[in-house]
Each structure stands twice: as C-alpha cells, then as structure tokens.
Ligand binder design. Structure first.
Ligand code: ATP
Ligand code: MG
Length: 698
C-alpha cells in the first residue's frame, strides 16, 4: 500500500514522504513537487499508522490552495486531516473559544476595512483621500501581521513609507481600532492576533488546542508572517512534529508582512531537522524553465538552477502591441487558437499584476465568447444564484425525482431559474449568473462520469454541501483571469502574462526601491512558472488606442528575450525592433492582415494615431461633430453603467466610423471595424436608435 503510494515520487520527494517524524524542511523551486511531496507525506504518515489523521493540521495561504490540498489528500485516500488557511484555522478556534475567553457571541469579521479607516482619518484629522486611505489600510494590515501595535508603529516602521507622517499613521491605526471595538467588529488580521492573544493568555485553552492538533504541515512557508509564525509556535509548543515547504524565490507577500526569514532560519530553530531540496522541475517544459532560471539568476534569488523533466516544448513568446485593447484582443485570439488545437479552457489562465487590469480582458474574452472565471472575486458558494440553486435542488430531492436521470433533474431545476444550454450575450451579471449555474451542471456531469451508477441527486447535494463547507468551487470549463498573487501554487497548460510594461509590472509603487523591485521580480517568476507548456508574455506601447506609445517594456523581459528559445513578435513596430538572441518574427499585421489603410483614401497608415483612427492625416473626418459628441456621451454613459473605461465600450476609431457611415441596420453595424456579434447584441439596438434620431448634418 505505502509502496504504491510512494511509487510516483522521485528519490528526494520520497525522502520527504518517508520522513514522517518532524522536524522537516523542504526548499525548492517552482513546480518541483513540493506540494505533491508533502501531501504524499501526510498520506504516508496516516496510512502507515505513524500519525492519526484527526490530529493533523495542514496550513497554506489561499482558499483555493487549501481546497486543492484537500482534493489531493482525498485522491490519496486520506480523510480527516484538516487542510486550511492560517486564517480559517484561526477563525475556527477563535469562534469556538470566544464565549469562554472573551464572553458573549463572537464578533463579526469586517468584510472591508477602508470605510472604517476613512472614518478614523476623519477622527484624527488626516486626509480621507481614497488613495491615502487605501495605503493606510495596507499599513495597518502590515502592522497587524507583524504584531506591531499603534504605539510602537512610529519606531518599528521607521523604514516604511506611509502616505502620511508616521505619527499620523499611528494615530489613524489607534483610532481605527477604537472604532472597531466600539462597534464590536474585528478585521481579517485581528482574527490571527486575537487567537494568538487567547492562546498565549489561557493555558487551559492552549492545552485543549495542543491536544487536538499534534502534527503540522505548512505549504508556501516562504510567505509566513510574524503573527502566523507565532500562532504556529503556540500550536506546536515544545513539540517538533512540523514539516514546512517553500521557495524563497517565491516570497510575494512581503508588502503585507510576510518574510522568508522563518524558512531560512528553520535549521537553526530546529537543529537536527531533516533538510531536503528538490531540483527536478516537473511542471514546465525546458524553454519555460530556462527563462525562469534566468529571471531568478539575474535577481540573485537562488544559486542552483532547476532542471525540467518535461523535455522541450513550444517556444515562449513575447508580444508587443500598440495599446491595451489590441493586447487584450490578441490575447483572446491566442487563447482561442490554443482551444482550437485541443487545450480545454480550464487549462488556460491570464495572470495580471493588479485587479484593475482585468476589465479590458474580460471584455475581449466575452467578445469572442470565451468563458472566463475570475479569481479573487466573490466565492462561488457565496453567490446568490448558487445558494438559490442548492436550495431548489434540495427541495427537488425532498419531493422525489420526477425525471429519468438525476442529471436531467438538475437541469430541470436550474431551468426554473432561467438557465438554458446557451450562454446569454454579454459579460455582465447575467452572464456571470449563467456561468455559475453552468459550473454546477458541469460538476454534475463530471461526477456522473467519474462514478456512474453511484450518483443520485441526494449524493450530488451532499457533495455540494461538502464543497461549500470547504469553499472549493467546481472548476468550470473556463479560462482563469487572476492576479499573480491569487495564482500562487496553481498551474495551467497555457498561461498569458500581459501588461509587462514599466509601471505596471514592475508596479509603479516599486520605483526606486530595490527591495520592492526584487519582490516584483519574484512575482514575475511565480507568474511564468504557472505554465506547463504554453507561455505568452505581452506588453503594449500605449494604454489606450491612439495614445502616444511611450510606455517602456518591462525590464523583466530583457532576461526573457536573452533566452535562446523565445519568439519576439511586434504587432506595432516602431522603427526600433526588439531583438533577442532568439528568433524574431516581424510585424504580424492586425485584423485581416496587410497594413492598415485609410478608410477614406485607402493609403497605408504609418503612425500610431493614424492607425488607431483608421484614417490618414490628410483625409478630413467627414462625420458631424454633433453626432460625434452624442456618441461620446452615449459611450461614457455605457462605460459608467458597466464600470469599465470608455475605450472598452468602443474606441474613438469605431465611434468615428459609426458617425461617418451612419449604419441603418444590423448588417451595416457589423461591417464597422470594432463591432462584432457581441457588441452588436449589447449595443446594436441602442446605436441604431441614436443614429436614426441624429440630424442628417450639423
Ligand atoms: P509551486 O512552487 O508552484 O508551489 P510545487 O513545488 O508545489 O510548485 P507541485 O504543484 O507539487 O509543485 O507539482 C508541480 C507539478 O508537477 C504537478 O502537476 C505535479 O503533479 C507534478 N509532479 C511533481 N512531482 C512529480 C513526479 N515525481 N512525477 C510526475 N509528476 C510530478
Ligand atoms: Mg506548491
């Protein structure tokens, strides 16, 4: 039994799995099988009888990663080991012991701290400017994760740069905590602080917790914060049944107080600890690992390069585009071509640096009808439509089955919520709701395929309940759109990393700060090592169409371009061509191919602004200014409604083309460049009315 279990491991991974007595530390690069090794270690410990499942606690950092760990353990035949985030493990203990330790009912956890921080700013006379408030929110979170009180903040945080003076930041921090207490609320970081406080103060409670949990595993240990480390220390006491795994080159939360110090110090803290490093990389192909090694080496992050076990693969691609709309459209095109070649949507991801980059990609994907799930958004089982669907399914199960098969029953219950086989048009809330319900159906189908004969509506609902409990959303067949932070520990066959310009990635806030740039480099390393086979890295010269095109390519791409097996493509060449030692493909041309041409005289267009407007400098615009104004006003209103930048609705070029051509029906609208079936469905009727009502000339 245990031989079978360990058969799929290499010698070093096997050593990890067999070291069932702690302390153990594993350090290794991305995709070397750290998570695989520790989940096998847990399985080996339980199945060999070395440890009891109910006394084990495995912790990691994101809900998705914890869910993934639970699934992997179940796959190995292990039930009963708790796999949680630090936060959820602490919250569970806090809620349980609250009545005894603090008294009364547990306080609610504040979903968003910004409004209360803004109020605290008001109290102490500090600017309530949203950007200031946002930065103060991060400062307070950092302080709490670092166990720094408001009183100590000015001294301890002298090296940090709050948006106000240190004394003011400390005053806001104190006022915020007062407000919070007055209202009986706690925040995300308090959960850890209070749990630590209770365990440190109450030996009786501490004994109970230590009796319940006796052996510990921590994945992604490079991102542990001081308060999390302290909590772990309290759980452990003077025992040493602890196994930690991590990669110092993947520390990406130090802005929030995380540090790789605890990982690097582990052998000093636990002399005699078993130390194992893994160097074989199983996730990614050679060309990807080659880039990853270069990125790590030029940041001085690690000495030993990784060796790919996947052999050769497609060359990674660097793409340059004129603007973000073109970049997003090209990204959607790339995903579609991977899909045509047989890669399922769920095996693809677009990883961005910050949330604000997402809308233009959502739009481009929806224009092509590509399904997408957002990570970091609302949790699947918290969504209204999912809760409603489960309630209805429960009702149907109680009423007894009316349909031939339980899957038909699921479909017919969801049909009562307006769910049909075809997705609705658009990318808004209606589409999201459909995607949620479609995820439930695809989960039902997957389970039926996996356990034919074994499934009923009842067992399906049990499974949903189990997953809701563990907050592990079913993976719909959809492309993941996520920040790099949310993608840590995860993997896909094909990954796009767009937005690789100076100021975005590395982020503008890191300017001039070497440590911050080093963290951005680690983030970039995490991003590219999520890919198994296909990797496209892109950037655009302007943010918006018709912009001046002065943005600079991310410095991280210099390492990448220097690799032997990388293709560089330029969609909007600007005289200077990016040259790598690798192969370089020339301009691919956009749209139908060939150079863009003036829509009045047909002359080839040269400059960026000319191409953005599809009109040469010498041909005058024939559209009426009044109509243009109306169109712009209309566009702004739509953009506000949808919470997206105006150019995401339509570019200026499309507005001009509309004003000049004045299409009178749907076919004529579709002939306009920038209007596809999706935009037609969303805006067509509206536009036709607007164009019909506009006076002939002005
Ligand atoms: P990260 O640093 O990104 O968290 P990791 O070191 O935890 O990565 P895993 O996620 O455990 O790596 O493994 C990466 C991929 O390689 C997974 O798909 C895993 O199944 C596969 N893998 C790991 N070890 C082996 C092995 N010995 N044989 C075959 N596949 C393996
Ligand atoms: Mg991992």
């Amino acid at each position: 039994m245990s031989e079978d279990l360990l058969a799929g491991l290499d010698p070093e991974q096997r050593a990890v799995a067999e070291a069932v007595e702690g302390p153990v530390v594993v350090w290794a690069g991305a995709g070397t099988g750290k998570t695989r090794a520790v989940t096998h270690r847990i399985a080996n410990a339980v199945l060999s009888g070395a440890h009891e499942a109910r006394h084990g606690l495995a912790v990691t950092f994101t809900n998705r990663a914890a869910g993934e760990m639970r699934e992997r353990l179940r796959g190995l035949g292990v039930e009963g080991v708790q796999a949680r985030t630090f936060h959820s493990a602490a919250l569970r203990q806090l809620r349980h012991f609250w009545p005894r330790a603090i008294g009364g009912a547990p306080a609610d956890v504040l979903p968003r701290t910004a409004p209360l921080v803004a109020e605290a700013c008001g109290r102490v006379g500090v600017s309530r400017d949203p950007a200031v408030v946002r930065d103060l929110v991060s400062e307070i979170a950092w302080a709490k994760q670092s166990q720094v009180s408001a009183a100590d903040y000015p001294a301890v945080a002298a090296h940090r740069e709050p948006p106000t003076t240190h004394a003011e930041a400390a005053a806001v921090y104190a006022a915020y905590d007062d407000l919070r207490w007055e209202r009986g609320l706690i925040d995300f970081d308090d959960v850890l602080l209070l749990t630590v406080g209770i365990l440190a103060d109450r030996p009786d409670i501490l004994d109970e917790v230590r009796a319940a949990y006796r052996w510990f595993t921590v994945d992604e240990f490079q991102d542990v914060s001081p308060v999390q480390d302290r909590l772990l220390d309290l759980w452990l006491g003077d025992r040493d049944d602890l196994c930690v795994v991590g990669d110092p080159a993947q520390t990406i939360y130090s802005f929030a107080g995380a540090t790789d110090r605890f990982l690097l110090d582990f052998p000093r803290r636990f002399p005699g600890a078993t130390q194992i490093s893994l160097v074989r990389a199983y996730r990614s192909t050679e060309p990807i690992i080659d880039i990853a090694n270069r990125v790590v080496a030029s940041g001085g992050l690690r000495a030993a390069p990784l060796r790919s076990m996947q052999g050769s693969g497609p060359a990674p691609v660097i793409e340059a585009h004129a603007d973000e709309v073109a970049e997003a459209a090209a990204t959607a095109r790339t995903l579609a071509s991977w899909h045509d070649a047989g890669t399922p949507w769920r095996e693809m991801a677009i990883l961005v640096r910050i949330n604000a980059q997402m809308p233009v990609f959502e739009e481009a994907l929806s224009d092509r009808g590509i399904p997408v799930v957002l990570r970091g958004g609302e949790r699947f089982f918290d969504r209204g439509e999912v809760r409603e669907a489960i309630t209805r399914l429960r009702g149907a199960a109680r009423a007894g089955e009316q349909q031939e098969s339980w899957i038909d029953e699921v479909r017919s219950v969801l049909a009562t919520m307006g769910f049909g086989p075809q997705p609705p048009r658009g990318s808004g809330a209606v589409r999201e709701r459909w995607e949620s319900l479609a995820s439930l159906v695809s989960l039902a189908e997957t389970m039926q395929a996996e356990r034919p004969g074994d499934m009923t509506l009842r067992t399906f609902i049990d499974e949903l309940d189990r997953r809701a409990e563990s907050q592990h959303a079913p993976v719909a067949d959809a492309v993941t759109l996520a920040t790099v932070h949310a993608a840590k520990g995860l993997e896909w066959d094909a990954v796009c990393v767009p937005g690789l310009v100076e100021g975005t990635f590395p982020h503008a806030q890191s300017r001039g700060d070497d440590q911050a740039v080093a963290e951005e480099r680690r983030l970039f390393y995490v991003a590219i090592t999520r890919a198994r086979r296909h990797l496209v890295m892109s950037w655009s010269r302007s943010r918006t169409p018709g912009g001046r095109g002065q943005r600079e390519r991310s410095r991280f791409l210099a390492d990448v371009a220097a690799a032997g097996d990388v293709i560089t493509e330029d969609d909007a060449p600007r005289g200077e061509h990016i040259r790598g030692r690798g192969r370089t493909r020339g301009a691919r041309g956009r749209g139908q191919g060939g150079p863009a041409r003036c829509r009045s005289c047909g002359k080839a267009l040269v400059t960026g602004p000319e191409r953005a407007r599809s009109r040469c400098r010498t041909c005058p615009m024939t559209a009426s200014e009044e109509l243009m104004d109306r169109l712009r006003e209309w566009r702004l209103a739509r953009a506000h409604e949808r919470g997206v930048p105006a150019y995401v609705v339509f570019t200026d070029a499309t507005l001009e083309a509309l004003a000049e051509a004045r299409p009178g029906d749907e076919d004529a609208l579709l002939a306009i460049s920038g209007i596809g079936p999706d935009k037609l469905a969303r805006y067509g009727a509206d536009l036709l009315v607007l164009l019909a009502e506009a006076p002939e000339s002005a």
